[in-house]
Design a protein around this ligand. Sequence first.
Ligand SMILES: NC(=O)C1=CN([C@@H]2O[C@H](COP(=O)(O)OP(=O)(O)OC[C@H]3O[C@@H](n4cnc5c(N)ncnc54)[C@H](OP(=O)(O)O)[C@@H]3O)[C@@H](O)[C@H]2O)C=CC1
Ligand SMILES: O=CC(=O)O
Length: 319
Amino acid sequence: MKQRVVVYKKLPDELMQSLREEFEVTAFDRIDDSNRAAFLDAIKSAHGILGSTIRITNEMLDSAPDLKIASTVSVGVDQFDLDYFRRRGLMLAHTPGVLNEATADTIFSLILASARRIVELAEYVKAGKWTGSIGEAQFGVNVHGKTLGMIGMGRIGSAVARRAHHGFGMRILYNNTRPNPGAEAELKATFLPRDELLAQADFVCLMLPLTSQTEKLIGAREFKLMKRSAIFINASRGRIVDEAALIKALQEGEIHAAGLDVFEQEPLPVDSPLLQLSNVVALPHIGSATHETRQAMAELAVQNLVAGLRGQPVPHLAV
Ligand SMILES: NC(=O)C1=CN([C@@H]2O[C@H](COP(=O)(O)OP(=O)(O)OC[C@H]3O[C@@H](n4cnc5c(N)ncnc54)[C@H](OP(=O)(O)O)[C@@H]3O)[C@@H](O)[C@H]2O)C=CC1
Ligand SMILES: O=CC(=O)O
């Protein structure tokens, strides 16, 4: 008998086809109120599940006695309770690496757009307000030659720092749980305690996972430590930041601007004060969202799932 798989994300046709040849597949392009009950029902008899975005609760997993592996089409695994997976001996697979460069490109877009006020000034042109030479009121700040403070110098953080060092001549400071000798050798990056990094950086960029240790890592105290000219960039996870404190810091001029791809609540509520601030560039969580990268992530997630269900070594296990 074929093993049963539940896919809860739209996958390229050829990947769906390959899964269907080997497994009995129940597929949902996305989960919403119209199909949530059917999804929860399908999980109950699944040996493997594959998808992204929605939180997979322990209650859902408790209902699936035959489950062996969950394969997420993301590098982040904060939508799962990792201790639950360890306790039950379940495998959790993810997609590190293949999204480093696309995500670093998104982050660099946020750095440039925030510093040079790209979104705000493009809207100024479209609104017909460009009626004469621009003046100081439209000036931005330099990116080249400035200091980048990376909190989280892992796979993606290093890809951002590489762009900053080689492309923009920036000085690189970083904070990790432990020093990263590769980044120090290649990028002349300097490891600093977090508070010192916050005080020295022109651009403070978060690129670390959301865990119980990193939730609300950056709050009112940390924004006060930053330069008033600092630009704050977050494309890791919204809950690593106290969003109310960020809004206050931006409103009161404690920091200069922010470029954000992630938020405490996603989609960002339309009444969020962040949307009223001209010094905020807000994106809809598009870090890895290019055709090529999403294809590579989907392929890797399928490889992980198939290996796990065949009893072979899984290329990328988070647990
Ligand atoms: N916006 C988007 O679309 C995307 C968002 N992401 C997010 O980015 C995260 C990072 O991805 P990736 O670079 O692949 O992960 P990595 O594991 O390669 O890097 C994470 C880094 O964070 C560091 N770190 C962990 N905890 C702390 C802490 N308390 N203080 C300082 N540094 C810490 C780690 O340090 P050490 O090595 O010393 O442990 C590591 O270097 C993902 O977990 C995901 O949440 C990823 C892709 C796209
Ligand atoms: O947020 C995206 C991820 O891959 O994690």
